[in-house]
Design a protein around this ligand. Sequence first.
Ligand code: ADP
Ligand code: MG
Length: 636
Amino acid sequence: MNKKQKRWRNRILIALAIFAVVFALEEFGILTSLFGTPGDVYASFALFLIPYLIAGYDVLYKAWRNIRRGQAFDEAFLMTVATIGAFAMVLFPETEPHMAEGAAVMLFYQVGELFQSYAVGQSRKSISAMMDIAPDYANIEQDGQLVEVDPDEVQVGDIIVVKPGERVPIDGIVTEGVSQLDTAALTGESVPRHVEPGADIISGCINMTGMLHIRTTKHFGESTVSRILELVENASEKKARTENFITRFARVYTPIVTISAVVLAVVPPILGMGAWSDWILRGLTFLVVSCPCALVISVPLSFFGGIGGASKLGILVKGSNYLELLSKVDTVVFDKTGTLTNGTFNVVAIHPESGVDPDYVLSNAAYAEAFSDHPIAVSIREAYSGEIDQARIADAHEESGHGVSAQVDEHVVMVGNDKLMVEHGIDWHDCELTGTILHVTVDGTYVGHIVIADVVKDDAAQTIRDLHAAGVAKCVMLTGDRRDVAEAVGKQLGLDEVHAQLLPADKVSAVERLLNLEHGDAKLAFVGDGINDAPVLMRADVGIAMGAMGSDAAIEAADVVLMDDKPSKISLAIRIARKTMRIVWQNIIFALAVKIGILVLAALGIANMWLAVFGDVGVAMIAILNAMRAMRVKGV
Ligand code: ADP
Ligand code: MG
């Protein structure tokens, strides 16, 4: 509890204590013996007013302020009218007094509100605990001394020092030191990651054992931590359809019940169906019951809990609407490279043309790929052990889905697939090996090809099985790679459909075709790393990006980001989404059913105000507790 909530709680406790004393004084007839009749009624009126005002003055004020702004008809309004009405029953001396109920309604309403504020605070805290990854300083070395500076001031390429126990403030590459990294805050993964010079490090991890020197590759503002924080802060703006529905519902519902209550209080006595006091009391009871707090609170809270729970496992969902969509996914489309496969290719073979040195083929390829971020390029550079002198390269450009070309010294080097060769009218030699083939040409002359192979991720096959088990009807893979490679992967993983040799634009049309096949409410999710597939991420109902290895464009374009690139998180995300939606609907149905039940009883004069009070607070409490379950994802 924060300070404000503590003060609030104390206020409620004081009001409750006074309430209890006054209640006892009245019940035991002490007021009557002190003030006689009808003096006792006025005394208890005055005495109950004290706890009422202590507990509810802010509600009264809020109702008053909203009325003046022309926005009546909210909870504060309902509570104010109902409780003032209960007190006003004192004007009907022939009925029992109802001041105790009036004060009690306000008290319990406040208990419910406090509880709700606490619950929202808790789930926000659990998100921010996971989000408590923003370091507020970075160490840099100055004249042999470590100084703490604002991470914003660190330039790209500067060396920062991260001591054991500190959080990595900025993304970068290790230049010195060996250590273990705790990535749990980002990925939910508890096994520490070993890093040594050359390793990529994302900010937000905790450095556990050794001192690390890191050359930054990004500004603080563009580093992983800053971006995640931004994502989560904006998540609550994207509301789910269910959530918007509830808001609209409350807007229509409150005036309707208010008018019904007035009709209930006024019409029957005019028609001579009973005493005014009796019907006014029914109208007031009706108002107290009608308060839709449970619904209005618990639905967004459930979504909030789902998003928070998912983020603890390294799944960032950018809004409740995506959680809702995820729960309805029945087709999952995967990109191959970097998504289902590791994206680190091994060189299987180099097949030079006769008379050409294999090293010549590899070194030219590595030079041409020097500026590409494609996993193929990274792997080729890795395979080439020599230094790459970037000054020798000019005019490098990349043609997505085809390959790259660059001028190396005086020579034009091209590296790419069959499509690239066809485009430039160059003949090539086929290869009998299964794998991704990179043809290499120098000045338009074919010099040979490199066969590379990628490995599927450890959890890829399990992911497809889990998705099928969860009722996902179709798992499809799209790739720009060769058909034989695609089919081998498809068979190995048990995919339902495989489409190969697609250009980025073909991937969009493939997804559009699949979207057209969706019927009813079913949704399609696309999972990619954003290299050449950001447009598809945008086009799918739910775009899921691999966050750690994926490009910035992917994180931007995606609706859901998996921090640790594990496809198995997709089935987990779907399960969390479904659980959240289940809880949301449970709350909606439960709250409405109890509400309608008590409303009917109140209209019939069977439910009294006490039942209304407990009904309302009870439903709100149960709904909130249920909503908080969405946050706990262990036993999804
Ligand atoms: P995927 O759909 O598997 O993610 P891409 O669409 O990124 O693959 O690439 C498709 C194909 O285009 C690759 O299999 C490769 O043949 C060729 N290609 C793309 N980028 C490069 C590159 N930088 N160097 C060589 N070949 C490339
Ligand atoms: Mg790709």
